[in-house]
Design a protein around this ligand. Structure first.
Ligand code: PLP
Length: 431
């Protein structure tokens, strides 16, 4: 056994996972990961939707190296650091209208917690509404607004003042099949939650624009417009969690742009810096002004190297038009997966936006989740050298979220391997 694998067993906390994939990764480039034995893997999970511009993108690396030679850390809030200013200005230009001021942290959960704190300070209100099937992080505050028992178990009780509204998971809920009607009914359900499950002291509604960990659930096109009407009526802020969907993943720089509404606070992380640790939340100046001296800080937040990498990453995305590419390649992949669905009853639904694609596996016509099968498919793909994720509230959704630079040829390779994995899993066990 490799020394690294033994070191993990002896010295790294991994008890929160069923297993760690039995490879030691040596290096990665674009969509290919290579292990210490020289075996290559096609990465269709991008480090959980992080390396949107590809592994070790040369422009990102060059910007980071240049910055490393000059300054790694100075405390980016006590003093001014040029990459922080440059990146914040860039984000002000690409973020939804009016969102011009950013706080930078290190990871997604930190951004969400900061946004919640700021929403409370600005509104003077204290409660939150989140959604079923949502995921917002692993800190206590973000687990408190996460709508998934699988993630919350053994961590409660959670923060008070949080109510949950239903998510438009049309494949599994009893929502009307007509998407527009589903959108309207979800808004009505939100109205009921405000009325019956809160004290009328709601600071913010928080939602992902596409629910990632929940199973790549894409809302009806009118959903957020209907929701926003309710929020505006009750003076509730909209915090949009774009930690997973941001930075061209869904075919727009930010996924909320698909739905014709503007959030009050936009949270970002994962794809922001192509693998360098960084997160942010961006808002309107009057909301940002709710912070008063002493209210907030982060030691590593706004690290100059991460910020320089993020700026190069965003410029690469714009130059290469990665958002349009994600739409084109994503539609290509989904068409192929839907063709595969016709021959394969294990596939219940193929859904997604851009290169955020979920394939929900079912056992029968009652839509019984094929949870063990999903893990078996992922493992079979791994043996074939293709990395994918498994997620969803029932653990039965195969997640394709590759770097956005993936080629159609590589998509073909992944889907051929997926077809083989499905037939391997469908084989009756031999005794
Ligand atoms: C939508 C969403 N929000 C927040 C988080 C938490 O991000 P992090 O793991 O960087 O804290 C995640 C992580 O998967 C996420 O998908």
């Amino acid at each position: 056994m490799s020394n690294t694998i033994q070191q993990y067993k002896d010295y790294v906390m991994t008890g929160f996972l069923k297993s760690v994939a039995p490879i030691v990764i040596d290096h990665a480039k674009d969509c290919t990961i290579t292990d210490v034995n020289g075996r290559e893997y096609l990465d269709c999970f991008a480090g959980i939707s992080v390396v949107n511009a590809g592994h070790n993108n040369p422009q990102v690396i060059e910007a980071a190296k240049k910055q490393m030679d000059k300054l790694i850390h100075c405390q980016s809030y006590l003093y001014h650091a040029q990459p922080v200013g440059d990146l914040a200005e860039k984000i002000a230009h690409i973020a939804p209208r009016g969102l011009t001021k950013t706080f930078f942290g290190n990871g997604g959960a930190e951004a969400i917690e900061g946004a919640m704190k700021l929403a409370r300070l600005y509104s003077g209100k204290h409660e939150f509404i989140a959604l079923h099937a949502s995921f917002h992080g692993r800190s206590w505050g973000t687990l408190s607004i996460t709508g998934n028992q699988g993630r919350k178990k053994r961590g409660g009780p959670y923060a008070p003042g949080i109510a949950f509204a239903p998510v438009p998971y049309t494949y599994r809920s009893n929502w009307p099949k007509d998407p527009e009607e589903c959108g309207r009914q979800c808004a009505k359900a939100l109205e009921d939650v405000i009325r019956f499950s809160t004290a009328g002291d709601v600071a913010a509604f928080i939602s992902e624009p596409v629910w990632g960990e929940g199973g790549i659930i894409v809302p009806p096109s009118n959903y957020f417009k209907e929701i926003k009407k309710v929020l505006d009526k009750h003076g509730i802020l909209f915090i949009c969690d774009e930690v997973q969907t941001g930075f061209a993943r869904t075919g727009k720089m930010f996924a909320i742009e698909h739905f014709g509404v503007e959030p009050d606070i936009l949270c970002t992380a994962k794809g922001i810096a192509d693998g360098f640790p960084l997160s942010g939340y961006t808002t309107r100046p009057e909301i940002a002004a709710a912070y008063k001296p002493g209210d907030h800080l982060s030691t590593f937040g706004g690290n100059p190297v991460s910020c320089a990498a993020a700026l190069a990453n965003i410029e690469f995305m714009e130059k290469e038009n990665l958002a349009a590419r994600a739409t084109e390649t994503g539609n290509y992949a989904m068409a192929k997966l839907r063709a595969l669905q016709k021959q394969n009853p294990l596939i219940g639904e193929v859904r997604g936006l851009g290169l955020m694609i979920g394939v929900e596996l079912i056992k029968d016509e009652k839509l019984t989740p094929a949870t063990a099968e999903a893990e078996a498919v992922r493992d079979a793909l791994f043996r074939q050298g293709v990395l994918v994720g498994v997620g969803g509230v029932n653990g039965n959704v195969i997640r394709f979220q590759p770097p956005l630079i993936i080629t159609k040829k590589q998509i073909d390779q992944a889907i051929n391997a997926f077809a083989e994995a499905l037939s391997e899993v469908n084989q009756p066990a031999t005794v």
